[in-house]
Design a protein around this ligand. Structure first.
Ligand code: URA
Length: 208
């Protein structure tokens, strides 16, 4: 399985506070922002570097700077928005696309209602961000949309995942690496993650 659990103590501590039913919107939002930055730090660990000549106030030297393809991030509406700023703070030049999906009440499958992507999708590497990897259906649809526009290198960054969703994505897109802070027990009958943290969008935006 292409899943990596980022088990840094700071991330695990902050996630536990987010799970607590008594944690309010302000703190939930701040913690998601902080965790997103910490996770992005780990996910970008393998970015390629190139050597460049730099003149410091003291001497000339050979240093390293990022090279290779530029990055794009895709928050999946709406909860993915809560992870956007944390990543942008770390990678200020990143392009941000958006994908919105709703669940068809008959087929229960995701239907695209909005997508606005960078114009040069085929030239970029992407991180799709969504706090909750539950059934995996909307993330598979998001990957399909990006691949359909020519994206080749896609990673997923989620906070909490259900094993069922991870398996579905792995089966559909084995080339996509999944980064999570926790793999929880299972999905319940309403496709909520157990124990999870409830509805991430509602907790993030205070719409409960
Ligand atoms: N989406 C959420 O916000 N929470 C879940 O537990 C599952 C999907």
């Amino acid at each position: 399985m292409n899943v990596k659990v980022i088990d840094h103590p700071l991330i695990q501590h902050k996630l536990s506070i987010m799970r607590n039913v008594n944690t309010g919107t302000k703190e939930f939002r701040e913690l998601l922002d902080e965790i997103s930055m910490l996770m992005a730090f780990e996910i970008t660990r393998d970015l390629p570097l190139e050597e460049v000549e730099i003149e410091t106030p003291v001497a000339k030297c050979t240093c390293k700077m990022l090279s290779g393809k530029k990055l794009g991030i895709i928050p999946v509406l709406r909860a993915g928005l809560g992870m956007t700023n944390g990543v942008v703070k770390l990678i200020p030049a990143v392009k941000v696309g958006h994908i919105g999906l709703y669940r068809d009440p008959k087929t229960l499958l995701p239907v695209e209602y909005y997508s606005k992507l960078p114009s040069d999708v085929a030239e970029r590497d992407f991180i799709i961000i969504d706090p909750m990897l539950a059934t995996g259906n909307s993330l598979i649809a998001s990957i399909d949309i990006l691949k359909g526009k020519g994206a080749k290198n896609i990673k997923l960054m989620c906070l909490v995942a259900a094993p069922e969703g991870i398996k579905l994505i792995n089966d559909a897109h084995p080339d996509v690496d999944i980064y999570v802070a926790s793999v929880d027990e299972r999905l319940d009958d309403h496709s909520y993650i157990v124990p999870g943290l409830g509805d991430a969008g509602d907790r993030l935006f205070g719409t409960k």
